[in-house]
Design a protein. Structure first.
Length: 165
């Protein structure tokens, strides 16, 4: 697939195509956002802070997509950059509903912390997990590595996705 190759050329460690049936939705994911994420509520891309939609409504929306690509990187900013550029390429190829879920890594500190509007709203996107996707179970289906970091110095792997229609 063109977009998988594009992700790898831009520096992704992994890139796999998916069908919407491969995505595991679980509304319990929001509990980990609310009660486990130190950035919860401190970012413009926390859907539960910005949107009146429920996890069920997010799932209903994303089930309208047929396919997409999961992108694995070792940093959030790179993951965001790659997935946004793929979203843009999809749009230019006629997939006007293409949408990236990447978590924003554009700014070192989100402007929401200071009560300011988003600095780059056209590129900011919510995280793959923040709309109710169980990223662990989803990437496991593809044999992709994902593990809980045991300390702050541990190597990380960050996943984003572009949903294509």
């Amino acid at each position: 697939m063109k977009y998988r190759d594009m992700a790898l050329e831009m520096g992704a460690k992994n890139a796999v195509e998916f069908k919407i049936e491969d995505i595991v939705f679980d509304p319990r994911v929001v509990l980990k956002c609310i009660f486990g994420c130190s950035d919860y509520g401190r970012s413009h891309t926390c859907p539960n802070q910005r949107s009146p939609l429920t996890m069920k409504e997010y799932e209903e929306i994303f089930r309208h997509y047929k396919r997409g690509i999961i992108i694995g990187c070792d940093s959030k900013p790179l993951s965001q950059k790659i997935s946004y550029e793929i979203e843009r390429a999809c749009f230019l190829d006629g997939y006007y509903f293409a949408f990236s879920l990447s978590d924003c890594g554009l700014c070192s500190n989100c402007s929401k912390i200071n009560g300011e509007d988003c600095r780059i709203p056209s590129k900011a996107r919510p995280a793959f997990h923040s709309i109710g996707v169980d990223v662990f179970k989803t990437v496991e289906k593809f044999g992709l590595p994902l593990y809980v970091a045991q300390d702050r110095d541990a190597e990380v792997n960050w996943y984003s996705a572009v949903f294509i229609e």
